[in-house]
Each structure stands twice: as structure tokens, then as C-alpha cells.
Design a protein around this ligand. Structure first.
Ligand SMILES: Cc1cc2nc3c(=O)[nH]c(=O)nc-3n(C[C@H](O)[C@H](O)[C@H](O)COP(=O)(O)OP(=O)(O)OC[C@H]3O[C@@H](n4cnc5c(N)ncnc54)[C@H](O)[C@@H]3O)c2cc1C
Length: 307
């Protein structure tokens, strides 16, 4: 069966890999190639953030966690590592709903001031520029292709179309409930930092990678500006250094912005439409597209098999 996947971000590529490795003739069409997408800006820590509904997100995130863990252990070239880290909170909270999915989840006994609560756990850190290139070559090894093409509407030259256009679904699926939530990050020279840190207020996060450190961030709904702003970068650096004092004086290597495709809930369903070709929508993954990618791709595969 010939399948067209629209979108070459983490959601489109992972879905395409799953389908191609299960015998489908898969072709990805995308306006932006993998390293130009929002996905390439992701920090990217496994963490269910700005994505709903919790019951489906839990299942998708848990399956993705298993696969990322396996990749970290068996495929070092994929750019995935298992890293311990801590989330700190300014108020006391119950365990998050996804706590049972992660390895080594434990409460922090005495959080540093001004924090009152926190937890530590091991999570995959996915180095997106490495990982997206690896995903694309895994797709090509399974016979799939990736072609640059800006589409005015969803295509119909296939037996099935999978819409993984992220924010582009506003136009392609005429869905104005998917909105941009702007995230700005900066890259710092690696100085031996081995743990990630997160303060959901801000949000502020520091994620160590092999050769650099990603420091974030912002989450401004409705802001389409993709240019890094100097004053925002200064504020991120101040917050990140408060959270992780070792960053004091770290060399800034660069800045990027991504627009998270946020929707009241992730849309993963077969479309009930008059379009000549059957369509499965898979978009609106908010701040967790990487975290949910393998779980969503597996669900798309089972929808395709039942078509
Ligand atoms: C600063 C920041 C930090 C983040 N950190 C994390 C993190 O730590 N963990 C995590 O899990 N997630 C994180 N995210 C969220 C994550 O990046 C997104 O959820 C994810 O990238 C969404 O993936 P996607 O493939 O759906 O969309 P995208 O990566 O945006 O890809 C969409 C694709 O569709 C294509 N497309 C759109 N319209 C058209 C059209 N008309 N014609 C053809 N092609 C089209 C685009 O060109 C692109 O190829 C972060 C995001 C940001 C901005």
C-alpha cells in the first residue's frame, strides 16, 4: 500500500519508519526538512509537557520511553542517552501521573530554597540534530523517501495519507484549535554537566548533551515570532544559572526558537471526511512530540492495519 506522510518532524519521520518497517511503501512530503523543523529545536528530554489528554499521553509516552531506552542501550549512533535529573517545584505536589512509567523515580528530601518539593528520575535525552538524521536514514534503509514539498492541501496521490504537519495542520486540516506556543532556547558550551534540571515555572530547563547544553525556555501562546530575542535570551540565562549555578560564565554558542504545535488534545484519529483518499491525522503534540513519538506511531500503524 502506498502511503504519503505529510511532515518531516519527529512525528512524521517516526510514523514513516514504523509503516515502512511493516511493509508499507512510504513517502514523506514536507515543506521543511528534518533539521529545519520545530522538532530539531526540542531540548529534548522525555517529559510529558503541554500535551493532553493524560490517559492517552501516558500510554504513548510509556511506549516511547521503552523504545528510547532500548535505543540508548543498543544504538549509540541514534543520539539517545539515559540521564538522571531533577525537577524542582515551588509548592508541594502529588506524584505526577506519569511517575510510574519512569525508572528510579524518587522524591527530593530537602530541595534547595526557594523550592519546596521535587523529584528525580532517569529520562532519555534525545540529541535532535543527530537523532533526526538517524531516523531519516532508518526510513531510507526501509525503502522510504523524504521530499521537500510545500502543500496547499492534503495530497491524494496515494491509498492513504497521514497528516503529521504539526502547526501546519491549522491550514491543511483547517483546524484553528492548534496554536503556536513559542519556545526560545540557547546553547552553552559543555562544561562537564551530567544531569538535567527542570523548574516547570518559567519554564526553566537545562539539558546536557554530548558537546553542548540546551538552556530554556519560554512558552508564549499565540506568538509566531521565530527570531530569537536578545532580552528573552538574557532572562533564560539568568533563570538557568539560578537553577544550575555551575552554568555561571558558560560560553553561549547560539540561539533558536521553535513553535510548539499545541492543541486542547493531541489529534490522532482517522478523519471522517469527504477527501478522496483516507486520512489519518496525527498532530498537536504540544511540548511533547518527541516524548510521544513512538507511542503515536504505533497507534497510527494499528489504525492503518485496521483500515
Ligand atoms: C524550545 C522547545 C523545546 C522543546 N523540548 C521538548 C522536549 O524536551 N521534549 C519533547 O518531547 N518535546 C519538546 N518540544 C516539543 C516538540 O519539539 C514538538 O512537540 C514536536 O517537534 C512536534 O513535532 P511534529 O513532527 O508534530 O512537528 P514539526 O517538527 O513542526 O514538523 C512538522 C512538519 O510538517 C511540515 N508541514 C507543515 N505544513 C506543511 C505543508 N503545508 N506542506 C508540507 N509540509 C508541511 C513541516 O514542514 C514539518 O516538516 C520542544 C519544543 C520547543 C519549541
Amino acid at each position: 500500500m502506498r502511503v504519503l506522510v505529510v511532515g518531516a518532524g519527529v512525528v512524521g519521520l517516526t510514523t514513516a519508519v514504523c509503516l515502512a518497517e511493516n511493509g508499507y511503501d512510504v513517502h514523506v512530503l514536507a515543506r521543511d526538512l528534518p533539521l529545519e523543523t520545530t522538532s530539531s529545536v526540542a531540548a529534548a528530554l522525555w517529559y510529558p509537557y503541554l500535551a493532553d489528554p493524560p490517559d492517552r499521553v501516558f500510554g504513548w509516552a510509556a511506549l516511547s520511553l521503552q523504545i528510547f531506552t532500548q535505543l540508548a542501550r543498543e544504538s549509540p549512533e541514534a543520539g539517545v542517552r539515559l540521564v538522571m535529573g531533577t525537577e524542582l517545584l515551588k509548592q508541594r505536589c502529588a506524584d505526577p501521573y506519569w511517575a510510574t512509567a519512569v525508572r528510579g523515580f524518587m522524591r527530593v528530601d530537602s530541595p534547595p530554597a526557594p523550592y519546596l518539593d521535587g523529584w528525580a528520575f532517569e529520562a532519555p535525552v534525545i540529541e535532535m540534530p543527530v537523532y533526526l538524521v538517524w531516523l531519516r536514514s532508518r526510513l531510507e534503509s526501509a525503502g522510504g523517501t523524504v521530499t521537500r514539498m510545500a502543500l496547499p492541501t492534503l495530497p491524494d496521490a496515494a491509498e492513504l495519507v497521514i497528516n503529521c504537519a504539526g502547526l501546519g495542520a491549522r491550514r491543511l486540516a483547517r483546524d484553528v484549535s492548534v496554536v503556536p506556543v513559542r519556545g526560545q532556547v540557547l546553547y552553552l558550551a559543555q562544561l562537564g554537566l551530567a544531569r538535567w534540571s527542570l523548574d516547570a515555572e518559567g519554564p526553566t530547563y537545562v539539558v546536557p548533551r554530548e558537546h553542548d547544553i540546551v538552556a530554556g525556555g519560554t512558552d508564549v501562546e499565540g506568538d509566531w515570532n521565530t527570531r530569537p530575542e536578545r532580552s528573552v535570551a538574557a532572562d533564560i540565562l539568568r533563570r538557568a544559572t539560578t537553577l544550575v549555578p555551575e552554568l555561571e560564565g558558560a560560553r553561549v554558542l547560539g540561539h533558536r526558537v521553535g513553535l510548539r504545535p499545541v492543541r486542547p488534545s493531541v489529534r490522532l484519529e482517522r478523519a471522517d471526511s469527504s477527501h478522496p483518499t483516507p486520512i489519518i491525522h496525527c498532530y498537536g503534540h504540544g511540548g511533547a512530540g518527541v516524548t510521544l513519538s513512538w507511542g503515536c506511531a504505533a497507534e497510527v500503524l494499528s489504525l492503518v492495519e485496521s483500515c
